[in-house]
Every structure is written in C-alpha cells, then in structure tokens.
Design a binder for this molecule. Structure first.
Ligand code: ATP
Ligand code: MG
Length: 287
C-alpha cells in the first residue's frame, strides 16, 4: 500500500512526457514544418500551446505549431480566415491522406499513427495558421468565422510566472487537473480554460500538499465555473465561451463528485487506510 504522498509523486511522474514521445513530436514537427513551408510563404514557425508551455498531459496529443504567414505573399487570406484553414487542410491531406486531417476550431489537426500500443498509437499535431499584427498575432476561428487575437508568448510567460510563484508545482498541478478532466469526459472545455482558471485559483504559496491544493481548486472551480474567463493576454475571445448552461451544470456535478472523493480519501487516510488519491484520475487503468 502506498501513501498519498507517494501516490501523487507517481501520478506526477506519469504525466511527464517521455523522451520517445518528445522525439516523435520533434520529428513530425520538422516534417510538417517542411511540408507547409514548401507550400506557403511562412515567416516563422514555432511550437506553442500547452506542449510549448509544458502543461501538456500524456499520452501526447494535439501538439500546436504556429505558422506565421507572410503578410504580403499570403495577403489573400487576410480577408478570408476560413480559406486559410481549408487550404492548410488540402495541403496536409496531400501528404497524410484525407482521413488523417481535419479542421478544428483554430487549427488543422493531423493524426499520425505511431507505435502499436494503445497509448502510443497516435500522435496528433495541430497546425495553426497565423498572421503577425503589430504586437500580437491573429489566428482564424472556425466558430466565430473571424480572426481572433492571441499572444502565445504572454500565455507562456504567465504560466512560467505562476509556476515559479507556486514552487514549481503549478504546471504539475495543472497537468493533474487536466488529466482528471480528460478521464471525466472533458466536462471543462477547452482544457486551456483549466490553465486560465488555475492562474487565479492556485494561489501562491504552494501549501506543500497536493491534496489540500486540489481540494481547494475543485471547490473554487465549482463556485466559479459559470463565470466568464477571459484570455489572460487580454486579446482573444473569452476562453470560457464553450461553457453553456448545460456544460456548466455537468462540470459542477463532476467538480462536486471529485470534492467528495477527496474528502472521503482524506478521512480514510486519517483512519489509517491509505487510499491512493491517484484513483481520482485513473480509476481503472494505468496510463
Ligand atoms: N480564447 C482564446 N484567446 C486567445 N488565445 C487563445 C484562446 N484559446 C486558446 N488560445 C491560445 O491557443 C493555444 C492553443 O489552444 P488549445 O485549445 O490547443 O489549448 P492548449 O493550451 O494547447 O491545450 P491542450 O492541452 O488541450 O492542447 C492556447 O494554448 C492559447 O495560447
Ligand atoms: Mg493545444
């Protein structure tokens, strides 16, 4: 029987990306960069999103690559944000096959089959077309049918600051909460919303205990999930814009369940039963 603290150490390390995953991601990234670069005028490209910020959970999916288009040479897209997504899709489908590429909300996703085991089966990359506009970027939004403003650099800086203030435990905790969310059928959507909420809710200093911090995160998230959560860079559309009334109700229910589970686990541990809190996130199978 392992103690709660040992269980958390194990949980934390299981969420850390493995070397092989990072190597695959790096190889595929280069391949996609080259292919896009041969078909579009790209000023710059870089890794972004949770993978770039080290808040990505494993198994590794949806690695975001920003492709900053040349404003002069690709100006036809400036007035047609949806066209750039469909042209990216066409271009990627030529290399990877129609069934492997799909248009997402702000990117084109490419699924690439890797190994044979269940968890290592597919690695997906999200190619995000972007334009640089003064001191921020604009990316196409398939739901709003418009460009939205964003600044991944500010998101990365804010995550780094939060992590530093929280004794280096902010990013591991974000990953734990994101993994809980994944196993619960993603009641909180998008998962970037968890990161945005954690910037306010995981309040420094880190208490030293994951149980206490998680309990307090879930309780506050229960109270505040219905609020409007804005882009922390103050540029894009509200990050919470997918959380309609029914999603909020489901999320509250899941947040309440996990809160009760933690209370029960704490009680059992006090009584001498060291129930592993790792079961919050992996009730049935290891990953
Ligand atoms: N509403 C928004 N306004 C501005 N920028 C946004 C907004 N939503 C997402 N972004 C930026 O786009 C990036 C990619 O979005 P995505 O939904 O893939 O989130 P993520 O943080 O990478 O999480 P995941 O682990 O689910 O991939 C985010 O990391 C963030 O920098
Ligand atoms: Mg992402």
């Amino acid at each position: 029987m392992i103690t709660t603290s040992e269980a958390f150490k194990k949980f934390k390390s299981r969420l850390e990306l493995r070397e092989a995953e990072q190597k695959d991601a790096s190889r595929l990234q280069k391949e996609i960069r080259e292919h896009i670069g041969n078909n579009f005028s790209i000023k710059n490209d870089f890794l972004t999103g949770s993978y770039g910020r080290h808040t990505k959970t494993r198994p590794l999916k949806d690695v975001d690559i920003f492709f900053v288009l040349d404003k002069e040479k690709e100006k036809k897209y400036l007035t047609d944000p949806l066209l750039v997504l469909s042209d990216f899709k066409k271009c990627l489908a030529k290399k990877y096959g129609e069934s492997k590429v799909s248009i997402g909300r702000r990117s084109v996703g490419i699924d690439i089959a890797l190994g044979t085991t269940e968890e290592d089966k597919v690695l997906s990359i999200d190619a995000v077309p972007a334009f640089e506009v003064s001191n921020y970027y604009q990316i196409s939004d398939n739901v709003l049918c418009d460009w939205i403003k964003t600044d991944p650099q500010i998101h990365a800086e804010k995550a780094t600051e939060a992590n530093k203030a929280f004794d280096g435990e902010w990013k591991p905790m974000v990953k734990m909460i994101k993994k809980w969310n994944e196993t619960q059928g993603k009641p909180i959507k998008p998962s970037f919303l968890i990161e945005v909420m954690a910037m306010q809710i995981l309040y420094p200093p880190f208490s030293g205990g994951y149980v206490y911090e998680l309990k307090s995160f879930f309780a506050t998230a229960f109270d505040r999930i219905g609020e409007t959560w804005n882009d922390p860079a103050g540029l894009g559309s509200p990050v919470s814009d997918q959380m309609d009334a029914s999603k909020i109700t489901t999320a509250r229910q899941k947040l309440s369940e996990v809160g009760k589970f933690i209370d029960q686990a704490v009680l059992l541990e006090k009584q001498g039963n060291q129930l592993s809190l790792i079961h919050i996130s992996e009730p049935t199978r290891p990953y």
